[in-house]
Write a protein that binds this ligand. Structure first.
Ligand code: DX5
Ligand code: ZN
Length: 239
């Protein structure tokens, strides 16, 4: 299933079977996933604890799909080289968790990874004002970070439209393309509406891993998402 160009489905391993992570990665990719989203939580920036770089390194041989490391940690910088070394392709972090946001973005690219900034539901867009040229991805949280299975916050759609306009304006002025990712409460029933708001990369944890096919793969739920995206009418406009 090819789907519209540039629309990516990114299962979050947070809801996978942690005892069989390699297999879970292979199964979602074989079922049509484009990106593997890895939620790194430190029980400090968020009240939960998940994966370190060794787990990223362990799943790396199981797929050629990009590994998208979402750092919910504070401080950030020391972990950047470790995840780069462990095979991450994209590393994103929350600006409130870094003393020097511009420096952290530069550090991520210096380590050969694509750099992302993550905005919580209440975080203002002016975090983006002076760093657009250093970004490869903007991740909008559509839930508060820390846990899977929460409800999508509808206000995020308006925010996504504004960010999409900023990205198109940035490109029109000669800037690089920037992925717009959304994370939290994404499911087949709302993915088309989210795409119409300008999002191109869709993280989904519980919706995917909570809906295995009888053979243990995820073709039905990922197929439902892809069909919903194919049916969405998507416009891209500069501000
Ligand atoms: C939450 C994580 C998400 C989470 C999404 O802090 O960043 O990636 O896994 O889970 P769902 O899709 O269940 O909302
Ligand atoms: Zn995430």
């Amino acid at each position: 299933m090819e789907g519209l160009p540039g629309l990516r489905i990114a299962p979050s391993l947070l809801s996978a079977d942690f005892a069989r992570l390699g297999e879970e990665v292979q199964r979602v990719v074989a079922s049509g996933a484009d990106v593997i989203h890895v939620d790194v939580m430190d029980n400090h920036y968020v009240p939960n604890l998940t994966f370190g770089p060794v787990v990223c390194k362990a799943i790396r041989p199981h797929t050629e799909a990009p590994i998208d490391v979402h750092l919910m940690v504070k401080p950030v910088d020391a972990l950047v080289p470790m995840f780069a070394e462990a095979g991450a392709d994209i590393i994103s972090f929350h600006p409130e968790a870094s003393e020097h946001v511009d420096r952290t973005l530069t550090l991520i690219r210096e380590h050969g990874c694509r750099a992302g900034l993550v905005l919580n539901p209440a975080a203002p867009l002016n975090w983006l004002d002076h760093v657009m040229g250093r970004l490869d991805m903007i991740l909008l949280m559509s839930v508060n970070p820390g846990f899977g299975g929460q409800a999508f916050i509808p206000e995020t759609l308006r925010k996504a439209r504004e960010v999409r306009a900023r990205i198109e304006a940035h490109k029109a002025a000669g800037g690089n393309d920037i992925w717009l990712e959304i994370d939290g409460g994404v499911k087949p029933a709302n993915i088309a509406e989210i795409a119409r708001a300008g999002v191109d990369t869709f993280v989904a944890g519980s919706a995917i891993f909570g809906a295995p096919d009888p053979d243990g793969f995820y073709r039905n739920v990922i197929g439902d998402m892809r069909r919903a995206l194919d049916g969405a009418h998507i416009e891209r406009r500069a501000a």
